[in-house]
Design a protein around this ligand. Sequence first.
Ligand code: SF4
Length: 473
Amino acid sequence: MPYALIRPSDAKAWTECSRRVWLDNKAEITQAPLDPFEELVIELGLAHERDVLEGLRGQYDVREASSVEDTARLMEEGVEVIYQAQLFDEAENISGYPDFLIRHESGAYQPADAKLSLSADKKDIQVQLGIYRKMLANGLPGIVFLGDGSQDEIGAEVDALTTKFVTEMRALLASDDEPLVRYSHSKCRACVYYDHCKPGFMAKEDLSLLYGVDGRAVPHLEAAGVGTITQLAAADPEAIPNVPYLKNEKKHRAVLQAKSWFDEQVYQVADVMLPAGQWVHFDIEDNPLTNTGEKHVYLWGFLVPDYGDASFEYVWTDSEDQDRDGWLGFLAQIEAYRALYPELVLAHYSSHEKSTIRSYAKRYAMEDNSTVEWLLGGDSPLFDLQKPVLESLVLPLQAYGLKDICKHPGLVNFQWEDDESGSQWSVVQFHEFLHEQDAPAKEALKQAILGYNRDDVKATFYLERWLRARYLG
Ligand code: SF4
């Protein structure tokens, strides 16, 4: 066989990292186990596929294929829908497993996949359906059964992307050397090969390990003689040329970030400004894995003066059926705080809370509601606490998330009661809550989620306190 075997299912790893897809195919490395959130996504994906299968069974004669030969035989027979089809292109050495082959009125077959996604725009979905189309070679579009129950089609517009995937995969799989890639904290931290890759980046002092240094800037910095974190920490930012993805002020921050890598110090680059008023700390928990595909905020949490454990208040909903009630409860809570605290500052961390309020206002056609207008208008009480951190400080961290800053013993040093908890953990707990039949067990799950959210709003309170004591004291 002139080429290594290519599987369309590699498309997801290919879109994320060329080394990941190479390791999947060429290396024998024990992968880290999937975390509970990834397991939940797989479980929901399989449930969605079963729902689509049941829907098709209600309308068509559906038969399950057991092999490549069996698939060919069922196609020859003209079966209306073939489930778990298996295709193999011997000349190209491509093996594909579309969830369904659906007989078109012309007698030819359309490939179809069930995807939890709400759109067929994702590259990995396009590549998979594009390859199945290429293998079937009849010009018909592929079908995607999306997570919200709608359908989309993928046609010849993805041919170029499909060809790119095949070409790059062939080159990757022909090589015996692990591809050179750059570190990306968001991708690598969640990757099953993190333990394999991170030591190599550390040993090389790869510049992409630094927050604010885009991997695409690194080859240019290397060409300019700045190839390691040690070299960057010792460099004069003015002497470093502007390179793509690292220019002007960003170079100054990158040098300080490199210094803090070694000395663990905080560097202040601008005054820290915090609004005056009565602060209420605010954080939401939302479930992106819903039946409708629209995320459901199941918990709107607040920490009010005097900020002790008894000062945690919240609006909770038991399921997405109560989504509107939760939203209206949130707006009522905001009005109560507005009446109680004339100079209200509604502090949250990152832009997520504000963008969620905006999307809920749109969902319920309430953009002109007076509370919504106040929350999103020029005199908004919302204050993103991440902004002063990002604008004024360089911290000895690889990421500037709330947990990164608050858990660090040399920074805020606030610890969550449950060390395992996190936003994805909360989604998994909420799904268990949804399916739990035993009332005490259900209540225990709710209390665990509330405890996590309470710690989140406490963390923003402790961060505020830390910023005031250190920079405004
Ligand atoms: S840890 Fe990072 S570099 Fe390594 S395979 Fe995963 S995503 Fe790629």
